[in-house]
Design a binder for this molecule. Structure first.
Ligand code: PLP
Length: 368
């Protein structure tokens, strides 16, 4: 789409993804400012925003570097000059190992997690031709039950295996407590974060006593990072969703957390088939619904639901006449931003409706 700046959101074709820059910057400021008194660095996770432009705003605000979930995301970010990266998923398979070797040769600050001796050997073999060792973090399962070696002796054995390999260097531990992000009971959340952080820091100390240099201990998502950051021994936190927030996170976080929904999907009313109902041009190819449905902004008593790939239905609580007309715009707060952002090519960044930047979502679809 050819556009000349400045331009108003009302002039955009839809569906379109709009970032309220004032709200996004406030979220970033809040995350960094809130944690400044703690001795931790903020390494935001770019699996959410998937954009080097958003990364640069966070870097200017004080982010020490970034996390990415996939090698493909790392390649996009590094090519755009954002290359202090931790890839938070294990990298396995010949195709990926070859790409990682190429990335490492050009961007030695890219770090990777590992959770097995076999995985470490594969990584070591992949970068054997490189002058600089590949820096590794042991991925620890602190209760999520996904990837990760178990805390304690299993992690110690892995650390010893890594230490025997010449082309990789162990620098830290990652222990992401993803299973706790959904908890709404504050006391339970704090108690279980403490348990998880105990496992992580206890293992870091165990490895240090065995002679390993563990400088980075990283963890924490949007719901938990405040508590993780306060736990002695944690050096970095890696939240992602806070930058835009979404409906499901907003519903779970305490209102005093202060984070605001900064991202909306703009849609247009394309049909008004009956009273109390309007159809918009945003369905499942525009808004994910894995964590529920999006929420219309400024339309109390109106509910959105997808009606197929390309359509969405707005329904009024009572069968009153809809105040919306054909062609009217509706802004919708996504229920889950990560999976919604991945459906789009472009962010329209605005202040009070006036577009000030158009940013490609450069890492969208980079699932490999
Ligand atoms: C390893 C890891 N770290 C950090 C995050 C960021 O979590 P959130 O988006 O809840 O802030 C995620 C999210 O899935 C993750 O997988």
């Amino acid at each position: 789409m050819n556009v000349t700046l400045p331009m108003h959101l009302d002039d955009l074709d839809t569906p379109a993804l709009a970032i309220d820059l004032d709200l996004m910057e406030a979220n970033i400021d809040l995350m960094i400012r809130r944690l400044r008194p703690q001795a931790v660095h903020v390494r935001p996770h770019l699996k959410t925003a998937k954009s080097p432009d958003v990364a640069r705003v966070m870097r200017d605000a004080g982010a020490i570097g970034f996390c990415v979930a996939k090698l493909g995301e790392a390649e996009v970010m590094a090519a755009a000059g954002v290359d202090d990266l931790l890839i938070t998923s294990e990298i396995v398979g010949a195709a990926k190992l070859g790409r990682l070797a190429t990335l490492h040769a050009a961007h030695p600050r890219v770090r990777v997690v590992v959770d097995s001796a076999d995985g470490a050997r594969m990584l070591n073999g992949a970068v054997a031709g490189s002058a600089t060792p590949l820096e590794l973090l042991i991925n620890l399962d602190v209760g999520q039950g996904r990837c990760g070696v178990l805390p304690g002796t299993a992690a110690l054995e892995l650390a010893r295996s890594v230490a025997r390999l010449p082309h990789v260097r162990l620098v830290g531990l990652q222990g992401y407590e993803g299973h706790l992000q959904q908890l709404t009971d504050r006391d339970e959340l704090i108690r279980r974060v403490d348990e998880a952080m105990g496992m992580l820091t206890m293992t870091a100390d165990l490895l240090r006593r065995d002679g390993h240099t563990i400088t980075t201990v990283t963890t924490g998502g949007t719901a938990t990072c405040e508590y993780c950051a306060a736990y002695p021994g944690i050096t970095e936190i890696q939240p992602g969703s806070f930058v835009f927030l979404d409906r499901s996170y907003r519903d779970r976080l305490a209102p005093e957390s202060g984070y605001k929904n900064a991202l909306t999907v703009l849609a247009t009313v394309i049909s008004r088939p009956r009273a109390g109902r309007a159809v918009v041009d945003a369905g499942l190819k525009t808004l994910s619904n894995d964590l529920g449905n999006a929420e219309p902004v400024g339309l109390p008593g109106v509910h959105y639901r997808p009606a197929g790939d390309e359509h969405g239905i707005l329904e009024w609580d009572s069968a009153q006449q809809s105040p919306l007309n054909l062609g009217d715009r509706v802004a919708l707060i996504p229920s889950h931003i990560d999976t919604t952002v991945n459906l789009h090519d472009t962010y329209y960044a605005h202040r009070s409706g006036l577009i000030s930047a158009i940013w490609p979502i450069a890492a969208r679809g980079k699932v490999q």
